[in-house]
Design a protein around this ligand. Structure first.
Ligand code: MSP
Length: 550
């Protein structure tokens, strides 16, 4: 886990973002990896722009679902959680996720935060005892409306599981009290829920009128006792959402609410799947309002990875094992495919054949080969240096000497801004596609210009100019793709002669700022180049087996 330097002299703007805290009923699957990959790419993008970033992930370890999973393995809940949590941390390492905090809801520090938060809400008069009747899906840990159920009372999200009837005394949170304030929030901050389709879903749900929801359970041991009535256990979602607050505590800080919100609050972005939108976009802001906290700034609900149109998940047995996928293809390929190929916000099917084709075409052929070809030419004809191109008399960036209508310059000049905007809107696919367009234009340009012939014909200046713009195009694309494929971008940058490792924050901070590297024309003429080596090896199909059914 990397540490965040809080003592920097010049204060940078902060950006705190969260993945959901994953249930530990089972080892992580590819769906859990999807949210985390996206979060990591955003965190890297924000760091690249100079933000002080806190990426929070973690695990949601209480509740009936976990208690039952532990029992079915013959383990105590805590022992079970400890085993599974280790697998999550391992997966994040395999996928090259640079998180800053890992929040576990079974920690003592979290217990202290939950008690403090509950106390505030209690004192606000927002908690009362009432009767809860309804159909409960243990896999969702959520009551369902009867009209939403499939035949034989099956849960639409877990069609192989039937819901259970509950009729018990529970403590309730006065969600209905926050109807107007929430409506105001959605109206005044249209960006609070993204994308638009999810926002509309929430608006129509809220318009139907909000009902109080129960925040305690009876006959459940695995959870925190309700502070004011220990015969009840806190509802797992009430506890879990507060895991985001606990995560903000500095490691050596006393676990108080004041300490937790001292530096990083409010959280800038909660990245979640669309199935848990209501909790984050309705319940959570209402809880924050009740506790008198400033509200989180944005909730983005992405789509599902599907198999034959159905959400991939352990309970359906239609998912792939991310460990096996990484072992077979490496993290870079997976990161690229998921972020480039699936439009963020929509569902996307994973097919191994398509995955291999896309990654080979884009990273091995278009990007990797282009760099390799041009580096070999630079070795041969330019003493392994970035060739010099005509400079403007007043000096300035090398590429600014190029005509504005240069075929690559025309694409590259606005690229930095376009990609920056795309990442800011979490449009990873647009960001990747824009970079690839430049790389593809570079391939076309080198073939048309045939600089190897120009050298042979003695047209050195012209050939050098071709090499320069291609090296620069690959550099720019690699820089802008570094949040998604940091290791490949590092190899490219190093072969271009930069001492930077996009996986090492110190070296990233040490190179020139985003504004300079995201600009066309940053590659210094004369810079010594590295040895041309393939930056991305072609993938061969391995036929990864489906993950075993939970
Ligand atoms: N524990 C709750 C979250 C509490 S946050 C305070 C939870 N956990 S989960 O493990 O079931 O799901 C975590 C995330 O994984 C959700 O955002 C969910 O949408 C995502 N995914 C699970 N399966 C998925 C796919 N097949 N595809 C994409 N993401 C999916 O909910």
């Amino acid at each position: 886990m990397s540490s965040v330097n809080k003592n920097s002299v010049q204060k940078s703007p902060t950006f705190a973002l969260t993945t959901p805290l994953y249930y530990v009923n089972d080892v992580p699957h590819i769906g859990s990896a999807y949210t985390t990959l996206a979060a990591d790419a955003i965190a890297r993008f924000q760091r690249l722009q100079g933000y002080e970033v806190l990426l929070i992930t973690g695990t949601d370890e209480h509740g009936q679902k976990i208690q039952r999973a532990a029992a079915s393995r013959g383990q105590s809940p805590q022992a079970h959680c400890d085993t599974i949590v280790a697998r999550f941390a391992e997966l994040w390492d395999c996928l090259n996720i640079q998180y800053d905090r890992f929040s576990r809801t079974t920690s003592d520090r979290h217990h202290a935060i939950v008690k403090a938060f509950f106390q505030r809400v209690w004192e606000r008069g927002d908690i009362y005892l009432g009767r809860q009747q309804g159909w409960y899906c243990v896999s969702c840990e959520e009551f369902k409306e009867e009209r939403d159920l499939l035949s034989e009372k099956r849960c639409p999200l877990h069609p192989n599981q039937v819901v259970e009837w509950r009729d018990e005394q529970n403590y309730f949170f006065r969600l209905s009290k926050y109807q107007t304030q929430l409506e105001q929030l959605y109206a005044e901050q249209p960006g609070f829920i993204q994308p638009e389709s999810r926002r509309n879903e929430v608006l129509s749900f809220v318009q139907q009128g909000l009902q109080d929801f129960s925040i305690s359970r009876v006959n459940l041991d695995w959870g925190f006792p309700v502070p004011t009535d220990p015969s009840h256990t806190l509802y797992v979602w009430f506890d879990a959402l507060l895991g985001y607050v606990t995560a903000l505590l500095e490691p050596d800080a006393e676990p108080t609410l004041e300490n937790a919100i001292a530096h990083w609050w409010p959280i800038n972005l909660h990245l979640i799947g669309k199935d848990i939108l209501r909790f984050h976009a309705v319940y959570w802001p209402a809880m924050q309002l009740s506790a008198g906290l400033p509200l989180s700034r944005q909730v983005f609900g992405h789509g599902f990875l599907t198999k034959d149109g159905q959400k991939m998940g352990k309970s359906l047995g239609n998912t792939l094992d991310p460990f096996q996928l990484v072992a077979a293809y490496g993290s870079e390929a997976l990161r690229y495919y998921f972020l480039k190929e699936i439009e963020f916000g929509r569902d996307g099917d994973f097919s191994e054949v398509r995955f291999i084709n896309i990654v080979n075409a884009d990273l091995a052929n278009d990007l990797g080969n282009l760099l390799n070809r041009v580096l070999k030419l630079a070795c041969r004809y330019c003493e392994q240096r970035v060739p010099a191109i005509a400079q403007r008399p007043e000096g300035g960036m090398a590429a600014s000497a190029l005509p504005a209508d240069h075929p690559l310059g025309a694409i590259a000049a606005p690229l930095g801004q376009q990609v920056q905007q795309a990442y800011s809107q979490l449009a990873f696919s647009d960001a990747c596609n824009a970079c690839l367009r430049l790389v593809q234009a570079g391939n076309k340009f080198i073939d048309e210009q045939a600089p190897w012939q120009l050298y042979k014909q003695g047209q050195t200046a012209q050939a050098n100019a071709v090499l320069y713009v291609i090296l620069e195009s690959v550099r720019l694309a690699a820089y802008l793709l570094s949040p998604v494929i940091p290791t490949t971008s590092t190899k490219i940058y190093q072969q271009l002669g930069f001492a930077v490792d996009f996986n090492d924050r110190t070296t990233v901070a040490a190179i020139a700022p985003f504004a300079q590297h995201a600009k066309w024309g940053c590659l210094p003429p004369g810079q010594a180049l590295g040895e041309p080596e393939p930056v991305f090896r072609r993938l061969e199909r391995q036929d990864v087996a489906p993950a075993p059914v939970a």
